[in-house]
Ligand binder design. Structure first.
Ligand code: PGA
Length: 251
């Protein structure tokens, strides 16, 4: 199980204590890989404070360096102490117009640079209502997956997929158990098609309004290998019960 927090555009130096609390508490759950994906400005201080705890970025540029004002490269993330990064979060796909092919390039660059990757996919409300969620998200995954050398080196150990229905993010709404199960099973098939046997080992996380009260039910679903957690990752009191639920899950 992998439980990763996504702090989005939240957190300043005043929150380093919270990060340390989460890192310290996570050591009590050895069977769960716990990580926090932080704003770029906090990564170095957080990593320095708790060097053994995995700290991630929330995005990375596809190029290694150059004239890209405001962007952060994989080498910069690593230099700051990050060991992983999110790519393709729906908030970036929507607000920064990132395409599947952008996301694929970012994932390949990050893996080639030695970072772990959590690659996000997920459907809008309209797509879910229209009945084509599985076809849409499967196609999104196919077009976003890293290939070539980067994939050969990073899949499956440093690579995870997060299924995050856009309409479930920050809304308190989640899909039914059956809907999550069907989506994760479909994504597993895509991973097997792309990577052969290694596709079986890639973790598929669920994300979108995960909290202490629903985590156990979500982690009990076949092919749910963890969670990407936004709002409920901002305090140890909200986040650690989710990590605990992952530790208690049977698979
Ligand atoms: P949420 O966000 O847990 O606040 O719904 C999840 C995410 O966007 O990764």
């Amino acid at each position: 199980m992998l439980v990763a927090g996504n702090w989005k555009m939240n957190g300043t130096g005043a929150d380093l204590d919270t990060i340390a609390q989460i890192a310290d508490a996570a050591r009590g759950f050895e069977t769960v890989d716990t990580a926090l994906c932080l704003p770029a400005t906090l990564i170095e201080r957080a990593a320095r404070g708790r060097p053994a705890f995995p700290i991630g970025g929330q995005d990375v540029h596809a190029e290694q360096k150059g004239a890209h004002t405001g962007c952060v490269s994989a080498a910069m993330l690593r230099d700051a102490g990050a060991t992983l990064t999110i790519v393709g979060h729906s908030e970036r796909r929507q607000a920064q117009f990132e395409t599947d092919s952008d996301v694929r390039s970012k994932a390949e660059t990050a893996l080639s640079s030695g970072l772990g990757v959590i690659l996000c996919v997920g459907e809008s409300d309209e797509v879910r209502e229209s009945g084509s969620a599985i076809a849409t998200v499967s196609a999104q995954l196919d077009a976003s997956l890293p290939h070539g050398d980067a994939a050969a080196r990073g899949v499956p150990t440093r690579f995870a997929v997060a299924y995050e229905p856009i309409w479930a993010i920050g809304t308190g709404k989640i899909p039914s158990i059956a809907e999550i199960e069907a989506m994760h099973a479909a994504l597993r098939l895509r991973l097997l098609a792309a990577y052969g046997d290694a596709g079986d080992q890639v973790r598929i996380l669920y994300g979108g309004s995960v909290k202490a009260s629903n985590a156990s039910d979500i982690f009990a679903i076949a092919d749910v290998d963890g969670a990407l957690v936004g709002g409920a990752s901002l305090t140890a009191a909200d986040f650690m019960p989710i990590v605990e639920a992952a530790a208690d899950a049977r698979h």
